[in-house]
Design a protein around this ligand. Structure first.
Ligand SMILES: *Cc1c(COP(=O)(O)O)cnc(C)c1O
Length: 355
């Protein structure tokens, strides 16, 4: 049976990325050695990092004066590296969910943290608006896509302070005006690569402004100077990321990724809204295109386990909602074909007919 992969992360990647990674693990570029058993500093691997950085800059149209680095530690380590490198006195955070909260918690160890707004009281079903960011903060931190709660800031915001964004789960799903940010980071395992590599885009002249001592490995400058090679980087995930970047470019870039994301989201949200058995959990204007969350309508609540089973039997994978929301979450990252979204919709319709 064909599996439709709606996993939230690690998650679906283009099939050719997986196949070409597998080939490189057996024999990298025909050199007779595995990608896993050669030096990261070798003449065979260096071009991988160089091309990945170049494609990152090309596809996202990153202006001069920014660096792209690949690190270990996941987005969770960035929750700490960001304030280490940028927080001198005070930072502002928008509390839009579990990940935003974790980022805020780490920042509190480094200075004053202002929570400018929060949707915690509504179980993070919407993105707060109309808030004021204090003018004297070192930066304003946002989580553009809230993977767990299915809300998304789908545009670049305008504020008068430097912006830093966790884009773990929506990077490369739309064009981004990178010049509006001093730092964009994310774990690659949602939309780019297998787990193990973190990407960070940093504005070079935003660094070096904090007075504290930064441990070598936690200092972005170390990794910029070292070209992501200060220590051994996660070579296999970086190679897969390169393959995904080539794939994105060949498909038509982030504009095309955005078009597909909108198409998939329109298809599935229309069905959620039409089908009497289901209701969406996020405020319509803030609905995520990447993680589409829905629950059983109150009068059909007892059918939740039945639908889970029904869908699983028809090849749907990973649609169980996160425990903090319940119900269902269909994650539709870049590599998700619309045929899989249609298969889920067919399931929802068939199930509705039975009830
Ligand atoms: C998955 C996720 C994280 C955590 O990433 P790790 O790489 O596991 O640390 C952080 N932020 C967002 C928005 C995520 O989706």
């Amino acid at each position: 049976m064909k599996k439709h992969n709606f996993n939230a992360g690690p998650s679906i990647l283009p099939r050719e990325v997986i196949e070409d990674t597998a080939k490189a693990i057996l024999d990298f570029n025909g050199i007779g050695l595995s990608l896993m058993e050669i030096s990261h500093r070798s003449k065979d691997f260096q071009p991988v990092v160089d091309e990945a950085v170049a494609l990152f800059k090309e596809i996202l149209n990153i202006p001069d004066g920014y660096s792209v680095i690949f690190l270990g530690g996941g987005a969770s380590l960035e929750f700490c590296m960001v304030p280490y490198n940028f927080l001198e006195k005070k930072a502002a955070y928008l509390n839009t969910g579990t990940w935003a909260k974790k980022a805020m918690k780490e920042a509190k160890a480094f200075g004053e943290v202002v929570e400018v707004a929060s949707s915690a009281d509504a179980n993070y079903t919407f993105i707060p608006k109309g808030y004021t960011v204090p003018a004297d903060v070192d930066y304003f931190h946002i989580t553009t896509n809230n993977t767990i709660f299915g809300t998304e800031i789908k545009h670049d915001i305008d504020v008068n302070v430097p912006v830093i964004a966790d884009m773990s789960s929506d990077i490369f799903s739309r064009p981004v005006d990178v010049s509006k940010y001093i730092c964009i980071y994310g774990g690659a395992q949602k939309n780019l690569a297998p787990a193990g590599v973190t990407f960070v885009i940093v504005k070079n002249d935003a660094l070096g402004k904090v007075t504290r001592h930064i441990p070598t490995m936690l200092n972005y400058q170390t990794h910029i100077d070292g070209g992501s090679m200060f220590n051994t980087p996660p070579v296999v995930p970086i190679y897969s990321a390169l393959l995904t970047l080539r794939w994105i470019k060949a498909q038509g870039g982030v504009k095309e990724m955005e078009r597909r994301a909108i198409e998939r989201a329109d298809m599935l949200y229309s069905e959620i809204d039409r089908n009497k058995l289901f209701v969406g959990t996020a405020a319509p204007e803030d609905r995520s295109r990447m993680n589409l969350c829905f629950v059983m309508a109150p009068e059909y609540k007892e059918l939740e386990a039945d639908f889970q089973k029904f869908a699983t039997e028809r090849g749907m994978v990973g649609i169980k909602g996160h425990r903090s929301v319940g119900g269902f979450r269909a994650s539709c990252y870049n590599a998700m074909p619309k045929e899989s979204v249609q298969a889920l919709i067919d399931c929802m319709r068939e199930f509705e007919k039975l009830h």
